[in-house]
Structure formats: structure tokens, C-alpha cells
Design a binder for this molecule. Structure first.
Ligand code: GDP
Length: 289
């Protein structure tokens, strides 16, 4: 997989995040509701616990995710101390507007009328942080200061009476401990545009869809999921959609892109790539190997 941590980057990102976290009251951790663990960075949780900061865990893009899986994830996270998990779609202004009040509930000690509530958004790329910030800032945009000492690009913005919002400190790349995390991220976030990887990623995605959402596949591509595995699904999609190379063979690269794009656009239906149970099973299998 193309994205990984390098020790030097990791140490500097950790330092930046630790410094930034010391100066705020609530961490808003944004993840992708379709793959909440694969799209998280464990460093955020570690630092948050170390600094003893409460966390509003946003399962974003909930409009694309399977509602039952999202509910299972919210139950899972809401059992963790100091965490409040909420499913939102940052594209929906009313969802975004709930965020400041939720943060306020997590930091009642800041609610004495004198101290501002200081929030910081964290999360890996592409989970929807900018979308959320823009939605929040639409109400009142006022830059209160850059903090070059913390990071060159980090900004703290005034969100209106007694509330500030700080941007994520530096880049928080995912920590890909398991191969399937890399595949889930690639399927969902269009990273690593490369034909060979697209085919691998689409085959992986196809495997999950066949196992958990066969009816959605049957409806979209008029295939019989019972007969198929991941590679055979790609071939079937290719045949259905007339993806042919010169000479008449199947263009699996094109079929892969069709499947990936349909999933990314949400046209297959609401799909989650992992649940608390599927993740626990995956980890047990991977760790036993
Ligand atoms: P960032 O890298 O974390 O700042 O992510 P962005 O805010 O740039 O969002 C990445 C992509 O996800 C963009 O194409 C957004 O339009 C899309 N996106 C963000 N939030 C949502 C959401 O709630 N639902 C859907 N369907 N797409 C979203």
C-alpha cells in the first residue's frame, strides 16, 4: 500500500499533535463511518488519553454508510471513557451545526462564562474535516491567529461567542496495521491511482460486498452473487458493462473502476466496510497467522 508512516514523520507528527492538544479542551475526531477504525489514527486516542481530553468522535459520511453498522459502531465507541460518538453528514448544515453544543457537553468545566471552549479537529485525510470546518465557519468566519510555533499551517478560528476551533495539527496519515485497512481506505478514498492496485482493491471490495451486501450487487449489476467470488464479480461486472479490450478480452481495469466508483458515489446503496464484529474477527485471524 502506498501510504505508510515513516518513523521520523511519526515522531514529528506526534510532537505537534501533543503540543496542540495541550492547548485545547475537546478533540473532535473525524472518521469515515463506513470504515471507522481503518480511517482512524490510533495516535489521536493515545494522546487524548495521555492529555486526558474528552473526544467527540464523528462518524462522518453517515449518509453513505449502512445505518445498522453505524449504530453498532456508536454503541462500541460510546462504551469508551471520555468518548461521545455521533453519526453525521458534514455536508448537511444541520448536522454540522450540532457539533459545538456536543463539544460543550463534553467540557462542562469551560462553561462558566469566562473561559472559551477550545475545540480541535483531528483526523486522517479525506474523512471530511474541511467540509465540517467550512460548514461550522459559515456562521462566523474570523481568523484569530496562526500559530507558527505549533505548525505552519495550523489555524485557530473564532467560532462565535466563547468558542474556538483549531485545525488538525499537520498531516495525520492512517496507521495501516492490517492489509485490509489499506484496501478499505483505497476503496473509499481513491488513494493510489494505479490500474493494478485498482483491480486488487476492487476485488477486495467485491469480496466484502458479496459477503454482506449481495442483494445490492444483484440489483445494480444483475448478477447472481451466489455464483461469484471477488475476481469473478469483476469479470461479471465487466461483461455486463461491455468492458472490452481490443481483441475482445475483458477490460478488468475498467470493470474495477466502475465498481469502485459506484461504491464511492453511494449508488450501490448504503454500505459499511467494517463492523465491530467483522473487525474483531479480522484481527483475530491476522494475529493468529
Ligand atoms: P478532509 O481531507 O478530511 O478535509 O476531507 P474533505 O472535507 O476534503 O472531504 C473529502 C471528500 O469527502 C470530499 O469529496 C467531500 O465532499 C466528501 N465528504 C465530506 N463529508 C461528507 C459527507 O458527510 N458525506 C458525503 N457523501 N461526502 C462527504
Amino acid at each position: 500500500m502506498p501510504i505508510q508512516w515513516f518513523p521520523g514523520h511519526m515522531a514529528s507528527a506526534r510532537k505537534k499533535a501533543a503540543d496542540a492538544m495541550a492547548a485545547i479542551d475537546v478533540v473532535i475526531e473525524v472518521t469515515d463511518a463506513r470504515l471507522p477504525e481503518a480511517s482512524s489514527n490510533p495516535m489521536i486516542g493515545e494522546l487524548r488519553r495521555f492529555r486526558n481530553r474528552p473526544c467527540l468522535k464523528l462518524l462522518n459520511k453517515a449518509d453513505l454508510a449502512d445505518p445498522a453498522a453505524t449504530q453498532a459502531w456508536m454503541d462500541f465507541y460510546n462504551r469508551q471513557p471520555g468518548v461521545k460518538a455521533v453519526a453525521i453528514s458534514a455536508k448537511s448544515p444541520s448536522d454540522a451545526a450540532r457539533v459545538p453544543a456536543l463539544c460543550r457537553q463534553l467540557a462542562p468545566h469551560r462553561d462558566d462564562g469566562t473561559k472559551p471552549l477550545r475545540m480541535m479537529i483531528m483526523g486522517i485525510p479525506n474523512v471530511g474535516k474541511s467540509t465540517l470546518m467550512n460548514a461550522l465557519l459559515k456562521r462566523k468566519v474570523a481568523k484569530v491567529g496562526d500559530e507558527p510555533a505549533v505548525t505552519k499551517h495550523q489555524q485557530t478560528l473564532d467560532l462565535g461567542p466563547g468558542m474556538t476551533l483549531t485545525d488538525t495539527p499537520g498531516m495525520m496519515w492512517p496507521k495501516i496495521d492490517y492489509d485490509s485497512d489499506g484496501y478499505m481506505l483505497a476503496a473509499s478514498h481513491a488513494i493510489g491511482r494505479n490500474a493494478v492496485i485498482d483491480e486488487e482493491v476492487a476485488t477486495f471490495l467485491g469480496g466484502i460486498l458479496l459477503e454482506r451486501y449481495p442483494a445490492l450487487l444483484a440489483a445494480r449489476y444483475r448478477v447472481d452473487p451466489v455464483q461469484l467470488d471477488g475476481p469473478a464479480l469483476l469479470e461479471a461486472v465487466g461483461r455486463r458493462r461491455g468492458c472490452l479490450v481490443k481483441g475482445g478480452g475483458l477490460d478488468l481495469e475498467k470493470a474495477a473502476l466502475i465498481l469502485l466508483q459506484d461504491y464511492r458515489d453511494g449508488v450501490l446503496g448504503r454500505i459499511s466496510l467494517e463492523t465491530p464484529e467483522s473487525r474483531a474477527r479480522m484481527i483475530a485471524v491476522a494475529d493468529a497467522a
